[in-house]
Design a binder for this molecule. Structure first.
Ligand code: GDD
Ligand code: MN
Length: 376
């Protein structure tokens, strides 16, 4: 033990990092080593470290990180088990460093690491946050975006400016650099669900009455190096949920927006099944109504399991018991709905108001209880 000094533990020529590069990963084993090399070249002369936050990827990304970190003392990996999510991974990575500046970059080489020094210089000289932009003078979306993605990205950019109150060309960017103390100030207010941490940072700062001064740095979005994208229609739907939630200044949680939207779509499924059973097959009304209720509850359960609670998705045996729980809770919610609506109606409220209030009350009930029991 006596030979172990602080120097030994840290490495004799260790300098505290000035900037920490946080890399969220899910199935990126083929990208890590080359990304590390590229960043090392880009940041020559600046003490830096890299933290990879991996959600227990099936391709064992974390093992690649561990092997590599034996050669490079400025590389660390965080392995999260039983959780998924890009935003929360970034948050955990940023909170894990002591460096005064932090950047987030994708693992797949789509973001151009060569602009990191410029981003750092801008934040050092006064900007609150530097954002890599695919859509500002000199930048192009290059080979990285398909026509549909480009269209979706433009739409999302418009929606974003409504909630950020700022004209930023690429608020969807996953490539940015900021001061860590600035981040710490915002962190308690950030929603951990979702794909869009930058948007969340901008909106949160604005809501605290101190909008971030943004400096945009153009770059060309490259094609993915290895592996495949995790962006899909699920994530797009989650974005819309986050956006609604931010419109209400976070009063309505993203998960409730999604839960309620699924509930509304359930009415359509209910009516369609009712029509099939009653008119097409010819069951009597009560049987058809029970059947339609069961079908709608079941589809609602599966939609919530994949979309609303993608990060707590039930599977195996728990999927089955969860479904039974969901039936039971929604039945109580349905009773509450009918009693509240009937009570309001008897108190001479207009029938439409009574009906909507009943439905709203049961969705809040179902949401709160299933969140506490089924997807806890
Ligand atoms: N830890 C963790 N957990 N990392 C994740 C997860 C997750 O659940 N999902 C995705 N990632 C990582 C990926 O491994 C990758 O390093 C990065 O997040 C971006 O994921 P991609 O799958 O490559 O996303 P993309 O290329 O479709 O999206 C890009 O464009 C968006 C803007 O349209 C990214 O640059 C996003 O950051 C950006 O917001
Ligand atoms: Mn990508």
């Amino acid at each position: 033990m006596s030979e172990l000094s602080a120097d030994h533990l840290a490495g004799a020529n260790w300098t505290p990092p000035e900037v920490c590069i946080v890399v969220p990963t899910y199935n990126e084993s083929g990208n890590i080593a080359s990304l590390y090399e590229k960043i090392a070249i880009a940041l020559q002369g600046t003490p830096w470290e890299m933290i990879v936050v991996d959600d227990n990827s099936p391709d064992h990304t974390i093992d690649v990180v561990r092997t590599l970190s034996r050669q490079h003392s400025n590389l660390r990996g965080i392995r999260r088990v039983g959780r998924r999510g890009l935003s929360s991974a970034c948050i955990e990575g940023i909170l894990a460093t002591a460096a005064p500046y932090v950047a987030v970059i994708d693992a797949d080489h789509q973001h151009d690491e060569r602009i990191l020094p410029e981003m750092l210089a801008l934040v050092r000289s006064g900007a609150d946050i530097a954002v890599g932009s695919r859509f500002v003078g000199g930048a192009t979306a290059g080979d990285g975006l398909s026509a549909t993605r480009l269209w979706g990205s433009r739409l999302a950019t418009r929606l974003s400016s409504i909630v950020t109150g700022q004209d930023i060309t690429d608020p969807m960017s996953g490539f940015f650099l900021l001061r860590r103390d600035e981040f710490n100030r915002l962190a308690p207010e950030l929603s951990s669900d979702g794909f869009k941490i930058l948007l969340d940072l901008l909106v949160t700062a604005r809501q605290q009455g101190r909008p971030l001064a943004v400096a945009e740095v153009p770059y060309t979005f490259r094609a993915r190096f290895s592996g495949e994208s995790k962006m899909n229609s699920l994530i797009a739907a989650q974005f819309v949920g986050l956006w609604f939630s931010k419109l209400t200044r976070g009063a309505v949680p993203t998960t409730f927006v999604l839960f309620a939207a699924i509930g509304i779509s359930g009415i359509g499924i209910h009516l369609l099944t009712l029509w099939l059973l009653l008119d097409v097959i010819g069951f009597d009304f009560t049987v058809s109504q029970i059947g339609a209720t069961l079908v709608a509850m079941t589809t609602n359960f599966f939609f919530n399991n994949t979309l609303t609670y993608a990060d707590k998705k039930l599977s195996g045996r728990r999927l089955f018991t969860g479904l039974i729980e969901f039936y039971a809770i929604c039945s109580i919610g349905g009773l509450a709905n009918v009693s509240v609506a009937a009570w309001l109606y008897q108190a001479h409220q207009p029938p439409l108001f009574a009906g909507v209030a009943g439905a709203l009350m049961s969705s809040v009930f179902n949401y709160t209880v299933t969140r506490a029991f089924t997807w806890r």
